[in-house]
Design a binder for this molecule. Structure first.
Ligand code: FES
Length: 346
């Protein structure tokens, strides 16, 4: 049963005094001083008014500020003026509503203390005895204590039981005799020296001039459609899919090999190294590639390094160049297996 007692009259005389009953209630300044209460009222009102003005400013900023205007803020660098103003006005407005509500509750709402009486939490002694009796009876009737051989062999069998489960997991990939094992299959993709990089979907070959600085495009090897027609499955696509990005050459901090870019154009696998989700969320200002599944984030300007999230390995980079006609091509296959880790991976 809950008993709500007005603060000024609160007392509790019951046996086994509750902690709250032992602490004399302290009245707040706003309970005893009408001026302090009015001051708190003005503070809360002021914060709500400020929140109203910020929300109006949000609408004005949304309509009036050009989405392409960029301003320079020390420490943060160049930021979009519209994004910054929308974030500031909305964030501050929401903060002020919260702060005003807290101030209102703490200073002006009724100050009461609540006593909740609870029954004894421990079981009665008779229940303990009943449980012990049931356990002893079960032990005797099952013969667990009596038949030592059975008991020991049962423990041995239970200890070995997880081993077949591990072997079954290990055996999920069945390799037909004579075919390469999973390590070989998963470590190679369709990319090889001279494979043309074509746009995924249209299969148009790409030239460096097709990709502006800051651009990103999903691509595959030119011979992928023929392989898919022949095999009737998407396995090759699942391994060979890449993202091609372009940045100013001086923005490249590191690569996974020497000169693996072409004039600032870099190619990376688009299969997340965490659990294999395909990724094409690219933020050109930070050069970050963000996986939508569990938010692993890779810095493509820094050799595909993981900067956030559960992925444990960098995004594999594909070395690229151009052929005699100026089309982008792979210089070789990936140097490391793409995608998530697997049992046989070294
Ligand atoms: S699959 Fe990309 S973060 Fe998990």
């Amino acid at each position: 049963m809950n008993e709500i007692t007005p603060a000024a009259e609160h007392h509790y005389d019951g046996p086994g005094a509750l902690p709250v009953a032992d602490v004399p209630h302290k009245a707040r300044l706003t309970d005893t001083d009408p001026q302090a209460a009015r001051r708190a009222e003005r503070q809360v009102t002021f914060m709500f008014i400020l929140a109203i003005l910020l929300f109006i400013a949000f609408i004005v900023a949304y309509i009036a500020v050009d989405k392409n205007t960029v301003v320079y803020i020390p420490v943060f660098g160049e930021v979009g003026a519209s994004t910054m103003l929308l974030g500031l006005t909305l964030g501050l407005g929401a903060f002020l509503i919260g702060a005003a509500a807290i101030q209102w509750a703490k200073k002006l709402m009724p100050d009461v203390e609540v006593v909740q009486e609870r029954h004894e939490m421990a079981s009665p002694e008779s229940a303990d005895h009943e449980a012990l009796d049931a356990y002893t009876r079960g032990k005797t009737e099952s013969g667990f204590a009596q038949y030592k051989m059975i008991r020991r062999t049962l423990i041995g069998a239970m200890a070995l039981f997880p081993i077949p489960l591990v072997v079954i997991l290990r055996d999920l990939w069945v390799t037909p005799p004579g075919s390469p094992g999973p390590a070989t299959i998963l470590s190679h993709t369709l990319w090889r020296k001279g494979s043309r990089i074509v746009v995924d979907g249209t299969y148009q070959p790409l030239k460096a001039s097709d990709l502006p600085v800051g651009g990103m495009i999903s691509a595959v090897p030119a011979d992928l459609p023929a392989v898919e027609d022949a095999t009737g499955n998407l396995d090759a696509r699942g391994k060979a899919a890449i993202v091609v990005v372009r940045m100013a050459p001086n923005e490249i901090v590191s690569q996974q090999g020497t000169n693996w870019d072409y004039q600032g154009i870099l190619a990376f696998s688009k299969i997340c190294t965490h659990a294999g989700c395909p990724i094409s969320l690219y933020e050109q200002r930070t050069h970050h590639l963000l996986c939508p599944c569990h938010q692993s984030t890779f810095d493509l300007a820094d050799g595909g390094a993981v900067v956030f999230g559960p992925a444990a390995r960098p995004m594999p980079q594909l070395p690229i160049g151009v052929d005699a006609e100026g089309y982008l091509v792979a210089q070789a296959d990936f140097a490391v297996p793409i995608g998530p880790s697997f049992w046989e991976r070294g």
